[in-house]
Design a protein around this ligand. Structure first.
Ligand code: ADP
Ligand code: MG
Length: 322
């Protein structure tokens, strides 16, 4: 069983036998650990699948990373307020999905949260509590309606100087879906992919048993809240326990409520199961911002999704799960 625990370590090649069977490999990608566990009839086939799937993740990162000055999203952020910027179909698809989840969550999920993420020091720089007037100023550049897409011509425009798109809440999910597609194209039928705690389970294990993923207790990583059994489903967790800072005993997490301009409060962690990884990634961030009650009301309107949330009072609640 895999623990949904945004991992800490290592670029390694794990087990490999020279015959068919189960193969695993891990790499450092998108600022986190990417691990693929797959079944293949030969080591050669498995190796080709690993190479292609990890290459696909790296490609998505090279399009969507804010840490890379030459990524497509960096070019959009620099020039999109001056002229329409031509982008790849992959970036267009991710932006379209971003806007869809913004609308569904009424702005709780919003990739234009970038200026706020930066202001609070989560994009490099000093982590600090900004003054209210700084927050108010940054909020003027926030709002998903400021991202203008022309899907036909693959062009993106930003309505205003200072608008800054941050795909940190959705790009890993998209990369996971793309890597899954890559595996399928190479004839891999069963796999578990994990990109920094965003997981996709392709089919079942060979014995027909679903893939098992443990959701950890957000305040005690040695304890498991629940075990999910997944088949052709994704799961993602947004939590306050990995990227945060504390001042005077108060915890400030990297997920910002775009409506207040401040780190979201109300959830300690939000886990969402969905048919695709883009969906679970975006919705876990949305539920984290909305809190368990409103977040689950949203999940109930979307087919095929389920969730587990831990409130700031450490109350565990579930939606569409027993
Ligand atoms: P992680 O990437 O840490 O696994 P998430 O998927 O929840 O967790 O994404 C958090 C990231 O999303 C932040 O680091 C930031 O880049 C971005 N982000 C922060 N707040 C929001 C928000 N309200 N909507 C969309 N993206 C956000
Ligand atoms: Mg997310």
């Amino acid at each position: 069983m895999r623990i949904l625990l945004k991992a800490v370590f290592l670029t390694i090649t794990l087990a490999s036998s020279s015959f068919g069977g189960e193969f695993k490999q891990a790499r450092w990608l998108m600022g986190t650990v990417a691990e693929i566990d797959l079944f293949a009839d030969s080591e050669t086939k498995a190796d080709a699948a690993f190479e292609a799937a990890f290459a696909e993740m790296a490609k998505i990162d090279s399009l969507m990373s804010n840490w890379k000055a030459d990524s497509e999203i960096s070019i959009v952020n620099r020039e999109g307020h001056i002229r329409p910027v031509k982008v790849s179909p992959e970036l267009m698809e991710t932006l379209e999905a971003s806007l869809k989840y913004s609308r569904l969550s009424r702005g709780a999920f919003d990739v234009t949260v970038g200026p706020l993420v930066r202001l609070w020091g989560f994009m490099g720089g000093e982590k600090r509590v900004p003054a209210l007037d700084e927050i108010v100023r940054a909020l003027r550049s926030v709002g998903y309606e400021k991202v203008l897409l022309d899907s036909g011509s693959l062009k993106v425009q930003l309505a205003g100087v200072g608008v800054y798109v941050d795909l940190g809440g959705i790009a890993k999910g998209y990369a996971l879906d793309r890597a899954t597609l890559t595996l399928k194209r190479l004839g891999i039928q069963r796999a578990l992919l994990d990109l920094g705690g965003n997981i996709y389970a392709l089919e079942t294990r060979p014995d027909g048993k679903p893939w098992e993923v443990g959701v950890r207790n957000p305040r005690d990583e040695s304890r498991i809240l629940t075990v999910l059994r997944l088949k052709n489903q994704a799961v993602a967790t947004s939590g306050d326990y990995e990227k945060y800072f504390t001042i005077n005993g108060k915890r400030y997490s990297h997920i910002i409520d775009p409506r207040t301009g401040k780190p979201a409060v109300g959830c300690v962690s939000a886990t969402v199961v969905a048919p695709t990884a883009v969906e679970s990634d975006a919705l876990s961030t949305a539920v984290f911002v909305m809190g368990p009650k409103k977040g689950f009301a949203l999940l109930k309107t979307i087919p095929g999704v389920a969730g587990i949330a831990v409130s700031d009072k450490m109350r565990v609640s579930k939606c569409n799960l027993e």
